[in-house]
Design a protein around this ligand. Structure first.
Ligand SMILES: Cc1cc2nc3c(=O)[nH]c(=O)nc-3n(C[C@H](O)[C@H](O)[C@H](O)COP(=O)(O)O)c2cc1C
Length: 211
């Protein structure tokens, strides 16, 4: 029999359509409290969460993403343009939400400031990439918690990285501090849809046992 946790994990869906009712601040704080129980590299908790609770600002974010999609569309071959524009609409779905959570992360910086100038440049790059990935992975784990907690408390949400085609403009609009980067946009609210599962590949396609 599935555990309670397995039930919640199995039921959760990416929600992209919302009622007009804005969730109360304490409901959002509850899912964010669940988010930050996530593990993080060296327990650095390299995340912050902006909660965008202002319609004009959400609209301005959506406009920035639409402009970036237009700038990209110019460089898509004409036979693929219609498909790209449909894909571009998928980047702007956060527009429909009453609230948008914006998780940001920063690199972990535990090792790169310790290594001396003689280190091989490839190895230095690996260290830097590891530090950046550690911040990103930690914040992604927090996002999974957030999605599960949202579902469990009757909210709907999804994680969207498509809007990051406009990451520079979004960072400016939101006042993201130097050294930090947006991980995704997370529209959240009361669901106005109950999406069916898009399914998963069979487990044996996802696993490689190395015995
Ligand atoms: C890293 C990541 C990026 C995603 N980006 C988008 C996006 O830009 N727009 C969108 O509508 N959904 C986005 N999604 C949601 C996925 O489409 C969704 O998780 C997937 O289709 C599986 O559906 P489910 O979450 O309901 O199981 C993203 C999901 C992840 C994990």
């Amino acid at each position: 029999m599935a555990s309670e946790l397995e039930r919640v994990m199995g039921e959760r869906r990416s929600v992209r359509s919302f009622t007009d009712e804005a969730p109360p601040d304490d409901a959002l704080e509850r899912v964010l409290a669940a988010a930050i129980t996530a593990p993080s590299a060296s327990n650095k908790q390299p995340w912050r969460f902006f909660v965008v609770a202002n319609r004009e600002r959400i609209d301005a974010m959506a406009e920035a993403v639409k402009r970036a999609v237009e700038r990209i569309a110019v460089h898509i071959p004409s036979e693929s343009e219609a498909a790209f524009r449909r894909y571009g609409e998928y980047f702007v779905r956060f527009e429909a939400a009453p609230r948008v959570i914006v998780p940001i992360h920063r690199p972990q910086r535990a090792l790169s400031h310790l290594v001396d100038a003689e280190i091989d440049s490839d190895l230095r790059e690996r260290v830097t990439a590891m530090e950046s990935d550690s911040g990103l992975v930690s914040t992604s784990l927090a996002l999974m918690n957030l999605l599960l907690a949202a579902h469990e408390t009757g909210l709907g949400a999804s994680v969207m990285t498509g809007p990051l085609v406009a990451a520079d403009e979004l960072e400016q609009l939101l006042g993201v501090p130097p050294g930090w980067s947006i991980v995704a946009l997370v529209p959240i609210g009361y669901p106005a849809e109950q999406p069916a599962s898009p399914g998963r590949k069979p487990l044996d396609k996802a696993i490689r046992w190395l015995r």
